[in-house]
Design a protein around this ligand. Structure first.
Ligand SMILES: Cc1ncc(COP(=O)(O)O)c(C=O)c1O
Length: 405
């Protein structure tokens, strides 16, 4: 029998978050070594407990999730999602234009499949969380990266977005709050991006899965609230805010001139009906979770785990001679920088591998987020403050003597 190769559609798909360095970490663990895995944003692995609101919403209700449910999602779950998004300032959310999926990951895939034709272009941030370019490739389209500027708090560089528009551009993606930088975009930047979309008749995709995980008194502004006249697809979900990554619970909300997008929305309906419905069990928790703001907020304020862990990581980097960073204002990611020239680093995946072998700490190299220079990496700030502080100090210590040749 001939070797069987992957489909051409997957040739450009890559995921360093669970890539070869991660595989090596698994091997080390199997051999009995203890590895600190800072590669995935999976709070349940770091002792974050299930909120009572979620446990209570499930207890005694399992029978309600036995049958296939509505292909768009359970009506009461979609009603709760509508109420939630309207409470954040998005006008006129129609429950018929809400689609619940098995995580945001699934709805991103449905969106890109239903929206993009071959050779269409979509503007995506650099650095970018990899599911977006990957789903774009699978749809046969082209992700074109625009710069998020480290010197400007990692905000999108609006002039760069303008420069990258071509006759093939169909949409602009923003990830706000951002993974991997933890930036939260101010209203003015969103307005400028909306102006560009308006001028060039583009849709906006806005991944806002971290909108409830903000710190430092910052308020998150939903893109759809500043651009009610544009077709905006907002993604959100409960994986992170309610520590239920494993439940697979996400959704998209399509707002704006949806009457002009009827055919595209029918395409989404076709895809949603192909998989019958998304997991009904997790939909049972959506109304209670969206009511329960307190359990998320408690993690984000002084004394809360995510706040204190961020402070510990920053303390270690402030003391480091090797690392610089822009403090994240949301989520639990940062994208620190090192001096690649000084260490002769040309291959950041090799840097990640060498760090893993020397210090038993797993990070994701910047190239895993399509970053263009080999001088960044992403950390996930989920271990308890002391452990995270030590890990960041270890990474800095490793860099002190590291050289690639
Ligand atoms: C920006 C962003 N979007 C989407 C996802 C996928 O989330 P889900 O667990 O809902 O599939 C993640 C997960 O880390 C993410 O960081």
């Amino acid at each position: 029998m001939k070797d069987i190769l992957r489909s051409d559609k997957l040739m450009l798909v890559h995921s360093d978050i669970r890539g070869p360095v991660f595989q090596e970490a698994l091997k080390m663990e199997k051999a009995g070594e203890k590895v600190l895995k800072l590669n995935t944003g999976n709070p349940g692995k770091f002792g974050f407990g299930l909120p009572d609101s979620i446990r209570n919403a499930l207890e005694g209700h399992l029978d309600e999730a036995v049958a296939y449910c509505d292909l768009k999602g359970m009506p009461n779950a979609r009603a709760a999602i509508k109420a939630y998004h309207e409470s954040t300032g998005i006008e006129h959310v129609d429950e018929n234009n809400i689609f619940i999926g098995n995580g945001v990951s699934e709805v991103v895939s449905m969106l890109t499949t239903a929206f993009l034709n071959s050779s269409d272009e979509i503007l995506v941030p650099c650095p970018c969380y990899s599911i977006w370019p990957n789903c774009t490739y699978i749809a046969g389209a082209v992700p074109v990266h625009y710069t998020c500027d480290e010197k400007a708090n990692w905000y999108p560089d609006v002039d760069d977005i303008k420069k990258k528009i071509t006759p093939r551009t169909r949409a602009i993606l923003i990830i706000n709050p951002n993974n991997p930088t933890g930036a939260v975009y101010p209203r003015e930047i969103l307005e400028q991006i909306a102006d560009i979309a308006r001028e060039h008749d583009l849709a906006i995709f806005s991944d806002e899965i971290y909108d409830r995980l903000v710190m430092d008194g910052i308020t998150h502004t939903p893109m759809a609230s500043v651009a009610p006249d544009l077709l905006v697809v907002t993604m959100n979900g409960l994986s992170k805010s309610h520590i239920i990554c494993g439940f697979r619970c996400g959704w998209m909300v399509i707002t704006g001139p949806t009457e002009k997008a009827k055919d595209f929305i029918e395409g989404i309906v076709a895809l949603a009906s192909m998989r019958l419905c998304s997991n009904a069990l997790m939909q049972l928790v959506i109304p209670a979770a969206l009511e329960d703001k307190a359990s998320t907020e408690a993690m984000m304020v002084p004394g809360g785990r995510l706040f204190e862990q961020r402070e510990a990581a920053c303390r270690a980097m402030d003391e480091s001679r090797e690392l610089t960073y822009v403090k994240n204002r949301a989520a639990f990611y940062m994208f620190p920088k090192f001096d690649a020239q000084k260490h002769n680093i040309t291959d950041d995946r090799k840097f990640a591998y060498d760090l893993l072998k020397a210090k038993k700490i797993l990070i994701v190299p910047g190239s895993g987020f399509d970053y263009m220079t080999p001088d960044h990496f992403r950390i996930v700030m989920l271990p308890e403050p002391d452990e995270l502080y030590r890990a960041m100090a270890e990474i800095s210590d490793f860099l002190e003597t590291y050289k690639q040749n």
